[in-house]
Design a protein around this ligand. Structure first.
Ligand code: COA
Length: 381
């Protein structure tokens, strides 16, 4: 059977899922039916990850048990630390993270093809727990420092920020980062989640599944956009230069980073929450000149390309928040991975429950019956 080719598979359902829902016209995002703004207001990242992966809000005992399990698996093996030590300091952190996640599969082998429930649970806990430690360890080691051991008295977000910066964060900063993780935890079948589904459908081990997804996330059209937003804001430099910069890029058919989304045709609901967090952060901990430039970029873009349904996406304000939290730009995508691993795992669980290997078709555009020419007779035509 051959169907019509749809570039980028836009609008083509790749799976049935009840994990998250997006209404791109109304600007709605729900996790398991709960609006994202309610979760951002009242939940925690680990509770939200439980909701996504295990399909219900945990009762108190479940939540305490899950939090304790994740906490007890935060440390990484010294051999993984040694492996990270051997990485070049200039190496891209997303590549380092992929190597580390893939390596976990050698330390905690799962029988491919016969993935049992206890394996999915154990690997889920390990992946949720260890990604933050691996990112922070790489960062400390590339600075020439000894990595910091996870602190059991700190929650998931506060502990990550502590391991990354060496300082225990202000509780309000830790909460803002926690909300950022929740906002990035899941977003239906995006490119990296699709990678997780495809790799998961071959019954590859969970560490390979999450490595595939992380690789897909690393591209600038997906997880890397917030890094580029910050570079753009720095390049623009002043509010006066915003309009000429945007007009120039648009006239050269270049995209404005952090603007536009395949699904949202209004302002991404996560961008709205992130902007509020940014405002709170800058009010309490000092103003950011780049934030003023970002607001002007949003205003000019709305005027010039808003009619095309192009508005700020989640990446537009997230870099500004991370910058203020002291997270270096090349760690923005690894931070995204620390959050999105929850969504990838949720989709992997769902895929395994009703699995069929992905094997799409293609529209062949090549030749037929071409005669083989020996190398001695070939030349440039
Ligand atoms: N700036 C200017 N124009 C943009 C644009 C942007 N950021 N994003 C899309 N457009 C325009 C395209 O030029 C195209 O215009 P045309 O129809 O006149 O040729 C139209 O909008 C459709 O763009 P297209 O690239 O086909 O949309 P898509 O759904 O394939 O891509 C994104 C979605 C997110 C990849 C795209 O909007 C983008 O590259 N944004 C910038 C990167 C980014 O922020 N990524 C993070 C996503 S969360």
């Amino acid at each position: 059977m051959t169907g019509e080719y749809v570039p980028g598979l836009e609008g083509v359902p790749a799976t049935r899922s009840n994990i998250s829902f997006v209404d791109g016209k109304a600007g709605v995002l729900e996790y398991r039916g709960i609006p994202i703004d309610q979760l951002a207001e009242s939940s925690t990242f680990l509770e939200t990850s439980f909701l996504l992966i295990f399909a219900h809000l945990p009762i108190k005992e479940e939540l305490l048990n899950y939090e304790a399990e994740v906490l007890s698996h935060r440390r990484i093996k010294y051999r993984i630390r040694d492996m990270i030590k051997s990485f070049p300091e200039s190496g891209r952190p997303m590549v380092a993270l992929q190597c580390c996640i893939a390596a976990l599969g050698m330390y905690y082998p799962v029988n491919e093809g016969t993935i049992k429930e206890e394996h999915t649970y154990e690997s889920t806990i390990r992946l949720m727990a260890k990604l933050p430690t691996m990112v922070a360890t790489f960062h400390q080691m590339r600075l020439g420092n000894d990595p910091l051991t996870p602190r059991d008295d700190l929650g998931h977000s506060a502990n990550f920020l502590y391991m990354l910066t060496g300082k225990e964060p202000d509780p309000r900063i830790a909460r803002i980062f926690e909300v950022c993780l929740m906002l990035h935890a899941e977003h239906t079948v995006n490119a990296s989640t699709f990678s997780a589904l495809v790799t998961g459908s071959t019954l590859a081990d969970p560490y390979t599944v999450i490595t595939s997804a992380a690789g897909t996330l690393s591209g600038p059209l997906h997880g890397g956009a917030n890094e580029e937003v910050m570079a753009m804001l720095r390049e623009i430099g002043t509010i006066e230069r915003v309009r000429p910069y945007i007009e120039d890029r648009l006239s050269r058919k270049q995209k404005i980073m952090g603007i536009g989304h395949r699904v949202y045709k209004v302002k991404d609901p996560r961008a709205i929450i992130l902007q509020n967090l940014a405002v709170e952060l800058f009010d309490k901990f000092g103003h950011s000149r780049l934030y003023d430039i970002a607001v002007e970029v949003e205003r000019v873009c709305e005027e010039l390309i808003g009619s095309k349904g192009l508005y700020p996406n989640v990446d537009f304000y997230s870099g500004l928040v991370y910058d203020k939290l002291g997270i270096p730009p090349d760690l923005y995508t690894p931070v995204f991975a620390i959050a999105r691993v929850a969504g990838w795992l949720a989709h992997w669980h769902e895929q395994l429950a009703d699995n069929r290997i992905f094997r799409p078709t293609q529209v062949y555009t090549g030749k037929h019956d071409v005669e083989y020419t020996p190398v001695s007779l070939r030349s440039y035509a």
